[in-house]
Design a protein around this ligand. Structure first.
Ligand SMILES: Nc1ncnc2c1ncn2[C@@H]1O[C@H](COP(=O)(O)OP(=O)(O)OP(=O)(O)O)[C@@H](O)[C@H]1O
Ligand SMILES: [Mg+2]
Length: 304
């Protein structure tokens, strides 16, 4: 079996007296897409920064592409492409200049960089913007340039912190397609995301963090089956407490959140039959998804 691309063992990190990452262990296999999920402040970006050697852990062991981090992070970084949570492009430089400057950081010659620029711009659909300054780009274009830039050194491992935040649906689907093609070429991806659909579509495995601790780990489908089941019926418009009593015998679990009743069921028809003829109700019957898992694990609020 080949070695892990990333391995964290018992990693801890505090800022002042706040524990931000609390004994985190996980490993990412080569060729895998691994997702870090969790609410704001859960410790995702801190974990990403520790992978890159930008934040030293207080305890634990980190190995990235065979190199101990942070001790040999510089060496590991040569084979990593990074998309940080917040853009750090050179604002006064053009798209081409940004790629040139970044390529030189990896020891590439101008000729080598010029040779890959067209395919990077095609990847990011920025061909027409090659001579535009960063200040003239929209937020989504900057994000796409960050992705293109991350690929300049043909990295083995891509580490991306919220790669599609701020992108419109077209751009997001384009990026998903591109990331899938990178995975098909054997690249390894570590990403954080708040888009559960993104995690469900792209990630082979993921872990959910809360207050720096891992609260779940597994493949998206396995987590959905294990935490939620197969289907959800959302019911709005009635008295949730009365409905709850009516439906309870037919649902595995029921949750009330605001004016909505969430029924977790294996057979949604059995619940719908109970509600037939109640014109005031609005029913939404759908397969369970990763968003249900996230809300269940991290609290939908108003749990009953
Ligand atoms: N450099 C720092 N100094 C002090 N506290 C920090 C620093 N970086 C992060 N923190 C704190 O660590 C915690 C985790 O932050 P982190 O950025 O890792 O969260 P996150 O999961 O990426 O959140 P988000 O989804 O909002 O991006 C937060 O409470 C944050 O305030
Ligand atoms: Mg973050």
């Amino acid at each position: 079996m080949s070695k892990a691309a990333i391995s964290f063992t018992g990693v801890r990190k505090s800022y002042g007296d706040k524990i931000v990452v609390d004994g985190l262990s996980f490993s990412v296999a080569p060729g895998e897409c691994f997702g870090l999920l969790g609410p704001n402040g859960a410790g995702k970006s801190t974990t990403v920064r520790m992978v890159l050697g930008m934040a030293p852990p207080d305890a634990g062991k980190i190995i990235v592409l065979g190199e101990p981090v942070p001790a040999r992070a510089r060496s590991a970084r040569m084979s990593i492409g990074v998309v940080p949570q917040f853009d750090n492009l050179e604002p006064g430089f053009t798209v081409r200049e940004n790629l040139l400057v970044f390529g030189r950081y990896f020891g590439m010659s101008t000729r080598e960089i010029e040779a890959v620029v067209p395919s990077l711009l095609e990847f990011a659909r920025l061909e027409s913007k090659v001579d535009a300054r960063v200040t003239e780009l929209s937020g989504g274009m900057k994000r796409r340039l960050m992705l293109a830039r991350a690929l300049i050194n043909d990295p083995q491992l891509l580490v991306m912190d919220e790669p599609t935040t701020g992108l419109d649906p077209h751009a997001r689907h384009l990026i998903w397609e591109r990331l899938r093609s990178l995975l098909a070429r054997g690249k390894t991806i570590l990403l954080t995301t708040h888009f559960m659909e993104e995690a469900e579509r792209l990630c082979d495995r993921l872990c959910v963090l809360e207050e720096g601790r891992k609260i779940a780990e597994g493949g998206p489908r396995a987590l959905i089956a294990e935490q939620i089941g197969s289907h959800v019926v959302e019911i709005r418009g009635g008295n949730p407490h009365e409905l709850r009593t009516l439906i309870a015998p037919h649902a595995q679990r029921i949750e009330v959140s605001g004016g909505t009743l969430f029924c977790y069921v294996s057979d949604p028809e059995r619940v719908c039959v109970q509600l037939r003829g109640r014109a005031a109700l609005r029913l939404l019957q759908r397969p369970a998804n990763l968003e249900d898992v996230f809300l269940q694990l991290t609290g939908r609020g108003m749990k009953e």
